[in-house]
Write a protein that binds this ligand. Structure first.
Ligand SMILES: [Zn+2]
Ligand SMILES: [Zn+2]
Length: 387
């Protein structure tokens, strides 16, 4: 079962939508134009229900099948936001907004899910309900979390949820997936060591914040080497050390450390945060300084459910002939919040030999549209077959 013929027919139209979105990128929650276009199109397709303003600028559409005896409700999610990057593609439909660019292909994701929604509204060849989810602010704003916090999963009775991202470097229209942890939790921390500054020749009159900071940098390495189970992955990196003095002969009052923690397991993430705090307080007590830790949680680990991943891979293979095993990704993904609330799976679709995402020369590959749309439609038709 290759790509659906209907999507070959719809390709010029979906490509036109994609390029219009590309030309008009919007950042974080400011997806007002994009959200309005999505809602307008869903209405034109004949969706049964359209709700705007979920997670601020998120849009949800409901499409009922010919029958609903299965009682199943499946959520399909796309992201709509662009990045604060100055586009350098030279395309005739390049961004018209200086300093904003669809450099992660969310224009393509939105257009593909719209294409699937059009087809599913036309055919309704399934027994159950589809909820199409268009979220803002994937790029660091937590728009997916806000949609969940607004009660989206319960409001629409969503039971399973699926997501997709294009992947440069993979053959266009091919698929890859992995069960379990897929994208990492990416957290950040600030540590401020407050000592007692003074003359560098009279250390006995000071509490030396640089010596204390040096101990701290070494001590936090034991989270990975001594606290975490060696078979688990955890990275604790101190990435910046800034002292309040720039002189040769002054012991600084204060040292500010910054860093990041990457984990692929919820328990290890909790452990890293807890140990960072304990080490900071222990070092403070040892040397008589005050140490403040501010631990900022980013997106959680994105975990694909086993059963849904297996199903998603089978569907991908039915569309493209095969589905490859995807590698672990140490980047973060906002879809993680939806997968914390419901079982589901997130798949990668090949973007061909293009620049990497978040690069000013990146562009979504329109040739991936038929495969991407077919995967969405097949997820629905194979999970909830019409009677
Ligand atoms: Zn991105
Ligand atoms: Zn992205």
């Amino acid at each position: 079962m290759p790509v659906k013929n209907r999507f070959a027919e719809l390709l010029p139209e979906i490509t036109e939508w994609r390029r219009d979105l590309h030309e008009n990128p919007e950042i974080l929650f400011d997806t007002h134009r994009t959200s309005a276009i999505v809602a307008e199109k869903l209405k034109a397709f004949g969706c049964d229900e359209i709700v705007t303003g979920i997670g601020r600028t998120g849009v949800v559409g409901v499409i009922k099948g010919k029958s609903s005896g299965s009682g199943k409700v499946i959520g399909l999610r796309a992201d709509m936001d662009a990045l604060p990057i100055h586009e350098q593609t030279g395309l005739d439909y390049a961004s018209k907004t200086d300093g904003a660019m669809h450099a992660c292909g969310h224009d393509g994701h939105t257009a593909m899910l719209l294409g699937a929604a059009k087809y599913l509204s036309e055919t309704r060849n399934f027994d159950g309900t589809v909820v199409v989810i268009f979220q803002p602010a994937e790029e660091g704003g937590g728009g997916g979390k806000e949609m969940c916090d607004d009660g989206m999963m319960d409001q629409f009775g969503i039971q399973e949820v699926y997501g997709m991202h294009n992947w440069p470097g993979k053959p266009v229209g091919s698929f890859a997936i992995r069960p379990g942890a897929f994208f990492a939790a990416a957290d950040q921390f600030d540590i401020v060591v407050e000592g007692k500054g003074g003359h560098a020749a009279k250390p006995q009159e000071t509490i030396d914040s640089t010596v204390i900071a040096a101990h701290l940098v070494t001590a936090v390495q034991t989270i990975a080497s001594r606290n975490a189970d060696p078979v688990e992955q955890v990275v604790v990196s101190v990435t910046s050390i800034e002292s309040s003095s720039t002189a040769y002969n002054v012991i600084p009052q204060r040292v500010h450390l910054k860093g990041t923690v990457r984990t692929l397991n919820k328990d290890i993430r909790d452990l890293a945060e807890k140990r960072l705090g304990e080490i900071a307080q222990g070092v403070a007590a040892t040397y008589g300084a005050t140490i403040d830790l501010n631990y900022m949680r980013g997106y959680p680990v994105m975990v694909n459910s086993d059963a849904q991943t297996e199903f998603a891979a089978e569907v991908a293979a039915s569309v493209s002939g095969e589905c490859a095993d995807a590698p672990l990704v140490m980047g973060g993904e906002d879809f993680a919040f939806m997968l914390e609330e419901r079982p589901g799976a997130y798949i990668l679709v090949g973007n061909g030999d293009t620049a990497a995402v978040h690069h000013p020369e990146y562009n979504f590959n329109d040739e991936a549209i038929p495969a991407g749309c077919s995967w969405w439609a097949e997820i629905v038709e194979q999970r909830m077959p019409a009677g």
